[in-house]
Design a protein around this ligand. Structure first.
Ligand SMILES: Cc1ncc(COP(=O)(O)O)c(C=O)c1O
Length: 368
């Protein structure tokens, strides 16, 4: 009798599709200039202080990292105004999401996500037999009543991504308050703030998620060093939670999930106030440029609080994606989320934004 060798969930499993890498497009089209505006990466280069710290750490690479380097964790706790025992370090924010799924989900348990949102919540739950319940956005905002209406005895996690990927919109304070006021204590609200620092400067952003943790034990806040510190290639993310949850998240983590260079870089980056401020400023300027260009074309967009804009060109996103790619610009087509005429375009330098708008003009002429 033959047995099924692989995990049952793999039969219908759909892994994450990454934004097309520059090298792949280079090979395919033989282009000399390619701008990748597809994965919400920081286009301003990594934090210089992180780079210095990495250099200093290189000669220690023959040793395993410390699982929780106390100086780093304490520096983060001081910076964030939280306790060191509330912090979980992860192999990127994505690593944290996998840890959350592993720590909370049994087969058949449910997670509630909005639609569209970051796919990894669903993917990591699916591997464990978790069921994802999707609640579409309503009038381009989170449908809080819709989310509450989907709560069931099997609900373990509710994800709110703010700013949301791919739309860039945020959950407002009244929305979060309303959700929390009716959320049972045995359901965890995960606030994914991977793009937090870009949004925090906006007066509309409810930048008090860490304060919320002091009032409610059933919240996890997730953040990342990939975006704001330009360290996507290194993989460093973290969660803030109650100490009790942090212990469980730590239990399911690979022992050396976060490497030595990432630890060193994180310490350097945290001190890089100048770089952080510059990135936020450059990003605002790039958002303004993109929005002006989209407005001039009469295309609707979500107001973005992150480092990308979700825009409706009215054309098939697959065609626009292909035509842009042929000309050396990689974006993320909206059909991946079922938004067939939308594109997600990451911000970049003034020069990159100019290149993008020039190529976009050519594509529109070619397609209309
Ligand atoms: C909403 C959201 N959360 C988490 C992540 C994971 O980021 P990382 O694993 O690079 O920290 C991303 C990455 O794009 C994201 O968009």
């Amino acid at each position: 009798m033959s047995k099924s060798l692989y995990r049952a969930e793999l039969a219908s499993f759909k892994p994450y599709v990454q934004g097309k890498p520059i090298e792949a497009v280079q090979r395919e089209y033989g282009l000399t200039r390619i701008e990748k505006l597809a994965s919400n990466e920081n286009q301003y280069g990594p934090s210089p202080k992180a780079l210095e710290a990495i250099q200093a750490e290189l000669s220690g690479l023959n040793f395993y990292p410390e699982s929780y380097p106390p100086e780093l964790v304490q520096a983060m706790a001081d910076y964030l105004g939280a306790g060191a025992d509330q912090i979980t370090l992860g192999n990127g924010g994505e690593g944290i999401i996998w840890q959350i799924s592993m720590a909370f989900l049994n087969a058949g348990d449910e997670i509630i996500v909005s639609d569209p949102t970051f796919d990894v919540y669903k993917i990591s739950a699916a591997l464990l037999g978790g069921v994802t319940v999707k609640v579409p956005l309503k009038d381009r905002h989170y449908d809080i009543d819709g989310i509450l209406g989907k709560l069931s005895p099997r609900t373990k996690l509710v994800y709110l991504c703010t700013p949301n990927n791919p739309t860039g919109h945020i959950a407002t304070k009244p929305e979060i308050d309303r959700l929390l006021s009716r959320l049972p204590d045995d359901v965890i609200l995960v606030l994914d703030e991977a793009y937090y620092e870009f949004a925090a400067a906006s007066p509309e952003y409810p930048a008090d998620s860490i304060a919320l943790l002091k009032t409610r034990p059933n919240i996890i806040v997730l953040r990342s060093f990939s975006k704001i510190y330009g360290l996507a290639g290194l993989r460093f993310g973290y969660a803030l939670s109650s100490p009790e949850i942090a212990v469980r998240l730590g239990m399911v983590r690979q022992t050396f999930a976060v490497n030595r260079l990432a630890h060193a870089a994180a310490r350097g980056a945290l001190e890089d106030t100048e770089y952080r401020d510059r990135v936020v400023k450059e990003n605002s300027a790039a958002l303004k440029r993109l929005n002006e260009y989209f407005d001039a074309n009469g295309w609707a967009c979500f107001p973005s609080y992150a480092n990308f804009v979700f825009v409706d060109t009215g054309l098939d996103s697959r065609d626009v994606f292909e035509e842009l790619q042929k000309r050396g610009v990689i974006v993320r087509p909206g059909h991946l989320w079922g938004w067939d005429t939308w594109l997600r375009v990451s911000t970049g330098t003034e020069e990159q934004m100019r290149f993008f708008t020039e190529k976009m003009d050519e594509v529109i002429s070619a397609l209309t």
